[in-house]
Design a protein around this ligand. Structure first.
Ligand code: SF4
Length: 650
């Protein structure tokens, strides 16, 4: 490797990037991380690498990946980050620095325009609302001219319902039997992916691929091309995604999609069409009977959380499930009589639905948890592995010899043990290394932690009112410029209702408009944004626009969630204390994510206000404080005010 062609030659002082980019700042922690990733790509193994905010970890993994000569998949937590890596960081290395490597990105199938469905839709477009219809001329022009078919280019509202008619899922795509398979955008994106040295995907697609490949009877089916190494960015988010994809989900929506596709699978002139439609309508009616009966039988209430399923409760639905299963079998049998791609798809999906419904309602597989949850106006019956460590051993580590996990938050109390265990990695194992590189930010100078002790405990009925008072008082000092992050939508709404009318600045609320539009509004004018889960991570507001992050409660996962309850039980069954072994470290990592919203550049300055008094009144609070960077602590509003007054130019 020539000096230019190693991580130091590119990222180090006097390296290629410093020559190409005016104002480039060499960051020793970035180079340390890049060297470690370079080493693992060369020698094989597993690396757990925590890189504090501002390290520049994207380039720290992209440079070694591009130089490695191996086929590397980079997986990000969100499509936004995926687009950023592909559109910003990769061009920097290829075009500005001239690093010779092929890169491509791949998203889930439903992100691409389906050429086959577009042809049918264009003949008689139908929309749920006038607003959607008004977008059609522009969308049609884009569809006729796009080179990628990637929905992100079309700039559609998140909730654009007609996209379902214009795209496919792995369930509904006709695959190689499709008449437009060759010019299909998905086919072309996959070909680019096959030829790439660095392929950028997201965790959802990565685990969809892993789940598909390891399914019994998969017969070589795969979403991703063969790869030699994988780098997971934002790796703290992996467990949730893996749990979803290694589980199964039978929803009323899925049945409805199947019935809709079966109804249009054959032209009306086909003599089998009448019978197929009748069977599709029977499937729909029996599913409706099942999903209408299920909430009362299982005790699921609208707007409430999930309810755990047991073999006993599942059996109470067996009559309706058997009837539904018979209807699915009838549909599959008729569809098996033809080799049209639409019929082949209907037969496969009807068979899978019947099989998965049986699996969920039996609720008997070892190490699995089963539950029912409301989903919009529908219902979802679900099963998932309680822990994914064993699944990852079987499905991931057995098939790829180089795995890098990186994130700004992998450790709790400075240790990797919790994350490693959840991922099924033994820190003492051969070829396993762990590295934590610090943030270049000076938290002791730039940040402070406000820990008031005058609020009631979070389970006190007066807590929302006290939080609202505190938000109003703190926002008055900062002139807004604050995120208020909640652990539940209910508390978010309650506090917003109480505080918003009393604020001197604008109040924004998660859900009132799309996330990107909320962030634009937040940056444009001093505001207080009331938000829950989706703003705890992956949100970047550098500068004075965000000077205060208020966190209402320690972010413990709800023990009412069947998956969390099952994990707690699993720890207990092993003779461990679930609180210290699972709930506290899990919440500490989540808290670090929320904290990480505050300081995004070296010149940012601000306060995180943690309103949950348990962090100082309970012994376990120390584990949370030990997980945050060292910084000044403020106990009173006067000290809080002084922090901001000190920072103002005099
Ligand atoms: S292969 Fe699938 S996604 Fe592509 S055009 Fe055909 S049906 Fe649509």
């Amino acid at each position: 490797m020539s000096p230019r062609h190693d991580a130091a030659g590119l990222l180090g002082p006097g390296g290629e990037l410093s020559k190409a980019l005016p104002g480039y700042e060499h960051r020793p922690s970035q180079l340390e991380l890049a060297r470690e990733i370079e080493r693992v790509l060369e020698t094989r193994g597993t690396l757990l690498a925590e890189a504090g905010t501002g390290t520049g970890k994207t380039l720290a993994y992209l440079v070694p990946a591009a130089l490695s000569g191996r086929k590397v998949v980079v997986s990000t937590a969100t499509k936004t980050l995926q687009d950023q890596v592909f559109q910003k960081d990769i061009p920097l290395l290829r075009d500005t620095v001239g690093l010779p490597f092929e890169a491509a990105y791949l998203k889930g199938r439903n992100n691409y325009l389906c050429a086959h469905r577009f042809e049918a839709f264009d003949k008689s477009p139908a929309f749920a609302t006038r607003e959607e219809a008004a977008l059609w001329p522009g969308l049609r022009d884009w569809a006729l001219g796009t080179q990628t078919g990637d929905r992100a280019e079309a700039d559609l509202p998140d909730a654009f319902a007609a996209w379902r008619q214009l795209s496919t899922t792995s369930e509904t795509c006709l695959g190689s039997r499709c008449p437009l398979f060759e010019p299909c955008f998905v086919t072309r994106a996959r070909r680019r992916a096959e030829n790439a040295d660095v392929l950028v995907v997201n965790h959802h697609l990565f685990f969809a691929d892993l789940a598909l490949k390891s399914r019994p009877g998969a017969d070589g089916a795969a979403v991703l091309p063969r790869y030699e190494a994988v780098v997971f960015d934002e790796a703290h988010a992996l467990e949730d995604v893996a749990t979803d994809y290694f589980g199964v989900q039978v929803s009323s929506f899925r049945v409805d999609d199947l019935a809709t596709d079966a109804l249009s699978a054959l032209p009306p002139s086909d003599e089998r069409s009448g019978m197929l439609s009748a069977l599709a309508l029977t499937v729909r009616a029996r599913a409706e009977a099942l999903f209408t009966a299920a909430p009362a039988v299982l005790g699921v209430a609208a707007n409430e959380g999930a309810v755990r399923l047991t073999p006993e409760t599942g059996a109470r639905l067996s009559a309706a499930a058997d009837q539904f299963g018979e209807a699915l079998a009838g549909l599959a049998a008729l569809a098996a009589g033809g080799d049209e791609p639409e019929l082949v798809s209907v037969r496969r999906r009807a068979g899978e639905l019947a099989e998965e419904l049986r699996f969920v309602l039996e609720a008997s597989a070892e190490n699995h948890v089963y539950w029912a949850e409301p989903r919009g106006r529908g219902l979802s019956l679900r099963a998932a592995p309680i822990e994914v460590a064993d699944e990852l051993q079987k499905r991931l580590y057995g098939s790829v010899d180089t795995v890098v996990f990186t994130s700004a938050t992998l450790t709790a109390q400075g240790k990797f043990d919790f994350f490693a265990r959840r991922m099924g990695v033994s820190l003492a194992g051969e070829g396993v290394r762990a590295l934590a590189v610090g943030s270049p930010f000076d938290f002791e100078r730039q940040a402070a932690l406000y820990l008031p002790t005058h609020l009631p405990e979070p389970n006190d009925p007066e807590f929302p009112r006290a939080v609202a008072d505190e938000v109003v008082a703190l926002a008055e000092v900062t002139g807004g410029r604050a995120f208020v992050l909640f652990t539940s939508l209910r508390n978010m709404e309650a506090v917003h209702r109480l505080a918003a009318p009393r604020l001197a600045c604008r109040a924004l609320l998660q859900g009132e408009r799309p996330k990107a539009a909320l962030l634009d509004a937040f940056r444009a004018e001093p505001s207080v944004l009331f938000a829950a889960h989706s703003f705890w991570e992956g949100v970047d507001v550098p500068g004075a626009a965000l000077s205060l992050v208020i966190i209402d409660k320690l972010p413990f996962a709800s023990p009412g969630d069947p998956l969390v309850a099952a994990r707690i039980d699993a720890h207990r069954a092993r003779g461990e204390d679930p609180f210290s072994a699972y709930q506290v470290p899990d919440a500490a990592i989540a808290l670090r994510q929320g904290f990480g919203r505050l300081i995004r550049t070296r010149s940012d300055r601000g306060v995180v206000a943690l309103l949950d008094r348990r962090v100082t009144s309970r012994a376990y609070g120390r584990a949370f404080l030990a997980s945050l960077p060292k910084m000044r602590r403020l106990g009173h509003r006067d000290a809080f005010r002084a922090f901001f007054e000190d920072g103002r130019p005099r």
